[in-house]
Design a protein around this ligand. Sequence first.
Ligand SMILES: *[C@@H]1O[C@H](CO)[C@@H](O)[C@H](O)[C@H]1NC(C)=O
Length: 418
Amino acid sequence: MRTMKTLCLLACIVASVCAAPNQKQMSNQELKPSKWLTSHELESTPGLDEMSLERLENMSVDKGAKLLRKLYHVAHIDDELRPSFVPSASNIPVAIMKPNGQKIETKLNNLVSKAKELPEFGDDEVTIFITGLPQTSPTITKATKKLVKAYMQRYNLQQQQKDSQQPRNKDNEYSSSEETSDEWKSAKTNSGDLVIIDLGATLTNFKRYALLDIEETGDMLGKVLVRLADEADVPHEIIHIVAQGIASHVAGAAGNQFTQQTGHKLRRITALDPSKILAKHENTLTGLARGDAEFVDAIHTSAYGMGTTIRVGDVDFYPNGPSDGVPGAENVVEAAMRATRYYAESVRPGNERNFPAVPANSLKQYKQNNGFGKRTYMGIDVDYDLEGDYILQVDAKCPFGQRATAKKQTSYHGMHQA
Ligand SMILES: *[C@@H]1O[C@H](CO)[C@@H](O)[C@H](O)[C@H]1NC(C)=O
């Protein structure tokens, strides 16, 4: 859509203005990174070898975002940064979470045979969560844990509701003061299986992250999903991939591969802050896009930082509008992880409607046009029949959703105006 193109262009121009303050007028000719980055800045842009997540986590959101934009532009100056890293399936850790909270740990090459050993696997829905960064910092680990825990709560809810009729079990591993409200007791959920594919574990340094071959890795994963459907009798209609950052694009390529081989589409792909893509094959379109599953949704929380402003789905959510990072995040890595936190919050039974959103092109427009267009909910309960860009406001601290807007929209906005 035109809006998003404009946003991307804007991002470029913003980057260029920061880089070359004297260069006010830009013709298309001049929109080449080599023109807008001064030679000093080109020289001071770190090489991939010098980059690390830790470095990004040590920087403020705007500094980290600026650095990533520079890297991105430098990578695209001559369009010759080619992907070169493909993890082997036997190196990608996988965990199948059983309803009782037990974990079956294996590697991606053995996922299908392990799933076949579980008689009830694939009877309800199957959620495949793919990590996009190594679990190297508390921010990343926490986001991943929250998501896994939320799904475990969701998928075991019926059992928990039954248990709650009986005297409360003190050791109930699913309850914590932060995460229990009374609403879950009456919430309706599906049961299902959660599979965690820890792709992030193979991205042991920034270079691997930057040079990950999205297409090849996605093809490999797609083939595993085809076998899962064929050999473990998991219908494609119940497969939902939830993927972080760069893994969103891998999920897109996997969905594509699945469709090529079977003629069917996966049910849904949810992208949690889909990343910028640094390395691309020549003359190849790459990255998650609408059509890679029946329904594709995305939550962009670091659009100008780790993430991308480019729309990747049927529905793209921009909490607080496209930005370097969402409120409360202290660095770009944390901002990127917020997408996982928001989504996890919506997965927790009773919280499905914590993130009401409306179609808009900017936060300003969202605030001025109180509730135009069709409202939907960011997260697990999004309407599958929508498309477009959606904006909402989020809080800086957990719980992040401002669910009140759903109930008391007018007075809410009334209160916050001026
Ligand atoms: C990040 O900050 C920590 C604590 O100040 C420091 O020990 C570490 O060396 C820094 N790492 C990088 C890559 O700058």
